[in-house]
Design a protein around this ligand. Structure first.
Ligand code: ZN
Length: 279
């Protein structure tokens, strides 16, 4: 999203620009999740990840959804949104997805899903792509960065050893939905059905080059250095998917496309696990 439109959007949502109110905007957006977590037997809110930025105290929002028991050991997934503060689409889609899981927990059978709806709280507050420090959070991972946001997220990635990592982003230079794959070989078998599911709501970006990378049917196998990812040399190698929605379509369609893609990945990965428990 470009700086001007995001600024207008974030200002129109803000009653004042006072510091407390800015913090309030995050609480307001996440209020539906906190309300669910307050009474849910599946969703747990964990406010324990705190950091300081600009002399103010922040929380990295974390929610854990515990699906009904499946196989022997739960499958650990990490889903991240709001890595760029001016991309609210993923944030809202994640909230919708969690609402769906709360209504139909069986969709998450066998899963422990860690949700990070606002991975870049200062950027989200400011309506900017970057952290308040001015750096792009999605270029800082596993490079000994000192930014507290990176360190908190790296600690989550390390301690959970996710079997799958999914990040939700927005691309204002694309007219279609697409994704990046990294990590485990099976990843490409997960993203194809996910893009097909999203295609019911948004066209796919079929260009041969997207965002400077070679692409095929909306799938890119290359990536920027320092994107949010599993710790280097993680074994077994998790699947890693970045989903990108175009920014222009109506909000509802963008959310539906993300939710359909996420639901499909859960379903397809469960099938893989059933066939090959040692993947
Ligand atoms: Zn992004």
């Amino acid at each position: 999203m470009n700086a001007i439109s995001s600024r207008v959007e974030s200002n129109s949502n803000r009653v004042t620009t006072g510091l407390d109110q800015r913090r309030g905007s995050i609480a307001e957006v996440l209020a539906p999740l906190d309300a669910i977590a307050a009474s849910s037997t599946n969703l747990v809110a964990n406010y324990g990840a705190r950091f300081q930025a600009d002399g103010q105290s922040y929380v990295l929002p974390r929610y854990l959804f515990v699906g009904p028991r499946g196989g022997d050991t739960p499958i650990r997934l990490g889903i991240f949104a709001g890595i760029h503060g001016d991309e609210p689409e993923g944030v809202h889609a994640m909230i919708q997805f969690i609402k769906l899981l709360e209504a139909k927990p069986e969709l998450a059978t066998g899963y422990y899903i860690s949700f990070y709806p606002i991975s870049n709280p200062t950027g989200f507050e400011d309506g900017t792509r970057h952290l308040r420090s001015g750096k792009d959070l999605n270029r800082l991972f596993w490079q000994n960065a000192t930014e507290p946001e990176v360190q908190l997220l790296e600690a989550e990635l390390r301690s959970w050893s996710f079997q799958g990592i999914i990040a939700l982003h927005t691309d204002d230079t694309s007219d279609g939905f697409y994704g990046f794959v990294r990590g485990a070989t099976l990843t490409k078998h997960l993203i194809r059905p996910a893009l097909e599911a999203a295609e019911k709501f948004l066209p796919r970006d079929g260009r041969p080059v997207i965002d400077g990378f070679n692409a095929r049917n909306g799938v890119i196998r290359d990536c920027y250095e320092g994107v949010l990812s599993a710790p280097p040399k993680s074994r077994p190698c998790p699947f890693e998917i970045i989903l990108e929605t175009p920014s222009a379509p109506p909000e509802y369609l963008k959310q539906c496309a993300f939710v359909a893609a996420l639901q499909t990945i859960l379903l397809e990965y469960n099938k893989f696990i059933a066939y090959a428990p040692n993947l």
